[in-house]
Design a binder for this molecule. Structure first.
Ligand SMILES: O=C[C@H](O)COP(=O)(O)O
Length: 252
């Protein structure tokens, strides 16, 4: 059975204090959830140590990005192995903000996926179309091509470390969420693409991201191919994030 995951991507937000108070609150309020959800906190890298210290054993922790190299003269970068060293289990790769603001190509994304998986982390590959691409009827082909390129180097025995997050760019931080039906349709198509790539598609967790809030999470997570969410803004408020974690249906 594939895992249900709710991951909070803080982006470039937060503080040492938030890494203590919010994480402790989320930990204490989600530790006893019986819906099987795995809760992941993904703070700015500088706060990973603080989050790990407050995660209490029941939360997982991730980084928002890693470099495509193992070590060396790459000022400002962190390596996947360093994230493991600090107690992380996850790394985002290819978030649309990285692709758009930092020029990450599919090729670089694929190299990072290789580093992340090779280090023993779970890679959360982020994919999604722009509004222009959706309006041109190209959403599914754009997303399929991002998945094929980003995961091209995954070996047969590495698929259990792959998670895909579908995040339509037009829904990120805008308050506009894809309808549960549209998100489900894209997730079903994603699963088909993964299957065509030879991946064990039914065992790979597919997350939805883009303005997921406490009041729309349940409808999204009720869809058969949506296995949880990648949450931005709402992950910075403990009450909202916990409510989203609670919205994952039990036993599916
Ligand atoms: O990584 C998270 C996504 O970009 C979603 O962000 P958002 O929930 O603020 O729209």
């Amino acid at each position: 059975m594939r895992r249900k995951i709710v991951a909070g991507n803080w982006k470039m937000n937060g503080s040492k204090a938030l890494a203590q108070t919010l994480v402790s609150d989320v930990q204490s309020q989600t530790a006893s959830l019986d819906n099987g959800v795995e809760v992941v906190i993904i703070p700015p890298a500088i706060y990973v140590g603080d989050v790990v210290a407050n995660a209490g054993g029941s939360l997982s922790v991730g980084v928002q990005n890693v470099g495509q190299w193992s070590s060396g003269a790459y000022t400002g970068e962190i390596a996947a192995e360093m994230a493991v060293d600090q107690g992380c289990q996850y790394a985002l790769v290819g978030h649309s903000e990285r692709r758009q603001l930092f020029g990450e190509s599919d090729d670089v994304v694929a190299q990072k996926v290789g580093r992340v998986i090779g280090a023993g982390l779970h890679a959360v590959l982020c994919v999604g179309e722009t509004l222009e691409e959706r309006e041109a009827g190209r959403a599914e082909s754009v997303v399929a091509s991002q998945v094929k390129a980003g995961l091209a180097g995954v070996a047969k025995d590495q698929w259990q470390r792959v998670i895909v997050a579908y995040e339509p760019v037009w829904a990120i931080g805008t308050g506009k969420t894809a309808t549960a039906q549209d998100a489900q349709a894209m997730h079903a198509s994603l699963r088909q693409v993964l299957s065509e790539m030879g991946a064990p598609a039914n065992e790979i967790s597919l997350l939805y991201g883009g303005s997921v809030k406490a009041d729309n999470a349940a409808a999204l997570f009720a869809e058969p191919d949506i296995d949880g969410g990648l949450i931005g803004g709402a992950s910075l408020v403990a009450e909202d994030f916990v409510s989203i974690c609670r919205s994952v249906p039990a036993g599916t």
